[in-house]
Design a protein. Sequence first.
Lengths: 158, 781
Amino acid sequence: MSVNVSMNVNGRAVCGEVEDRTLLVEFLRENLRLTGTHVGCDTSQCGACVVHVDGRSVKACTMLAVQAEGAEVTTIEGLAQDGKLHPMQEAFRENHGLQCGFCTPGMVMSALDLVERNPDPSSAEVREWLEGNLCRCTGYHNIVKSILAGASAMRGGS
Amino acid sequence: MAENGIGASVPRTEDHRFLTGTGSYTDDSNLPHQTYAAFVRSTHAHATVALDTSAAAAAPGVVAVLTGTDLAGDQVGSLICGWVVTGKDGEPHKAPPHPALAADTVRHVGDAMAIVVAESARAARDAAELVKVDYTPLPAVVSMRDALAEGAPQIHAEAPGNLCYDWEIGDRAATDEAFGRARHVARLDLVNNRLIPNAMEPRAAIGDYNPATGDYTLRLTSQNPHIHRLVLAAFVQIAPEHKLHVIAPDVGGGFGSKIFIYQEETAVLWAAGKIGRPVKWTADRSESFVADAHGRDHETHVELALDEGGRFLGLRVETRANMGAYLSTFASCVPSYLYGTLLQGQYTTEAIYCEVKAVFTNTTPVDALRGAGRPEATYLIERIVDQAAHDMGIDPAELRRRNFIPADAFPYPTKVALEYDSGNYGLALDRALELADYNGFAARRAESEAKGRLRGIGLSAYIEACGIAPSQVVGSLGAGVGLWESGGIRFNPTGNVLVYTGSHSHGQGHETTFAQLVSDYLGVPFENIEVVHGDTEKTPFGMGTYGSRSLAVGGSALVKAMDKIIAKGRKIAAFSLEASEEDIEFSGGDFKVAGTDRSMNIAEVAFSAYVPHNYPLDELEPGLEETGFYDPANFTFPAGTHVCEVEVDPETGTTEIVHWVAVDDFGNVINPMIVEGQVHGGVAHGVGQALLEGCAYDADGQLVTGSFMDYTMPRADDLPDLTVETTCTPCPHNPLGVKGCGEAGAIAAPAAVMNAITHALGTGAIDMPATPQAVWRALNQ
Ligand code: FES
Ligand code: FES
């Protein structure tokens, strides 16, 4: 069955006609062609698909598009402003928090929700928070470092 | 050191697109008029099958349902294994046919039988469910022991006894003699657990066919697009090489699993030709679990003979290696030439003998995975060394030191066919022990004991053969390809540079490292350099990325091309500056007439090369573009010592890694930040193998660990912060002095973890993965 959905994605009103079983991640990737949000699994384990829905991190593979009806959605494409990376993105770049880049959008979106809840997390808190995000490349060391640096920058530190 | 030159931790060029979600992975592309594919896969480990596709073909949105019978009818060739290993009996290994779609017999769960092509991914999946498969189950063999048993069910008529090969290396008589002299013999039975690669990006492929020209295009997740093209053209014979364009765009990790030529991309490309429209397939993670080649899976008996002073007299190794149901692209060389040849380790062991039986089973094919053969070799050496140290009451660090190949003994011919080129093993060990505060361990152990915890510290002094590989050597050992690499440098008239490499980056950061190299060497600003890779129509033929070869072999090819650029630039400068060629010096991007202030920047030389209004054309050819091919003289031999310290809770069996030190000798380093990142990732992979990851099949050949719910991947809180340092003995035989760093962590880590755990537990009777259950059992049995 086809249904209409509409939501705000990265500050833009969007709508589309989708099959009712369409996942949010499919709507973002296929209908809106926002392919920065990735799909790394089919069991809600990897976190490659994390976006923000109404300010909270959500696995976009675990939610139907229709469930985001009317929501404010932010994807990785919505972070940089006027060509300038968000401090968290910049921290990943400076600290080599990514290698192949596939897990990266989910890591960054997830990290932002952590910092929203806990502006000054410890390294152990970051590791614990990342429970739902898998990375096969980095061994997490530099992801943790990046998130700590990103959090510090967002607090206005250097 | 220049700001962006060799030795600088330059932030990566590629990161901007990955961080802004604007990378271009295979699944991110859609082609006009594209269709979508889903595969019908076997749910049985071994069966004969008959398919009824009528309901699927009639389902809404279905364009075509193609089976193994259709494939055979079109004379599409079998998938191949590119390295022929010769057994003890002088016979080549057994490489039974491996069709892209099984026509009448399936041999592992996940074996593809049909491809369903439809207008949408959902329609394709729905219709795949409608293909009726009539299975007549055949007895399945899952364990290697069962497969080799007398009267075992036969998986392939071409491989009697399910034996792919029975291979040996080393000197049996000398080893027997060494054991005869031994004062002590340490013995272990070890399992090197089967791993599932799980690059975070699932494999994907988009095949396209242009009926107007007869050209095929395949866009896919590949570590080596030219090898994909070569195999699909020359062996599978879908299209001749010049009519097949293979693109490997951004690739989300490989670790070996994206080297191979698989059923799916073959079927997708063939189907695109048949229906005359693009066909796209993206794996579900569940498919990745059953269809991506697995790694490791060895069972080994190892014995080490020592004299009274603890010197290693002989090493004897007997291994069974699982090949799975078919022989994958490079499967045969992994437990032979990438394994037996590394059994010298870092030691002067006087005699070595190793035999390997490669075995077919009704499981997913097994092939190279990060390290490929070398982690298996290091694991058994470093475990048996610790066992010997324990048996003889010698400190494990001291026992290693007593047996190290001395720093002044290089080049060092091993007893297993290689010649180590350089190294300083004692230096890395000493630094690692210092960073790990090895001497303070007893006090830390006492603290742990006071809390009711067990504490252990484990070493792994690993070695690997990288920079794969000298073509002459691998050719004499059965490789069907040469393992040189290509590099191209193209100056544009405005002075900026395109760098072409036949290697491929899927996380390693070539776009940055290679630009640093070229910037440093040619004096071109870093930001004026673009690195191009992953496209058979753009780059010269190249062998791709695996075996920590990109910089050692691919970077060296770029050096050859740059030397040609400088030679040509010298001619142009001599002409333009009215000097003789011998008087032109090149440094820092400038061609200077020696002893004068007359000079031309390389950008001006490039402009001149493209605007040759007054060139003497019989002497000077326009243009500034050169290609180099580099075939290494030897492998490179990265080596080092990792130290792992663990705390074990005896109540629950949980292991916590409390400290990790890695000291690695990678030769010269171009971007230390990237190198450290590679070590981190490798260590995590090795820790995953040691503590968490274990692929399990049930007796019927069903994959029990078929999702991230059942197969434990290392997560952030499974790992500590890592202390990583390097030592440097430059590689003497490549122009950069580099050795490679991508696999070291995965090679070193498992033995370090397990030696720490056995040290904590006081028993060596434990295999990987050392899950809480396994640890608890080892403590309580
Ligand atoms: S795609 Fe893996 S959690 Fe969403
Ligand atoms: S950077 Fe490759 S999976 Fe995280």
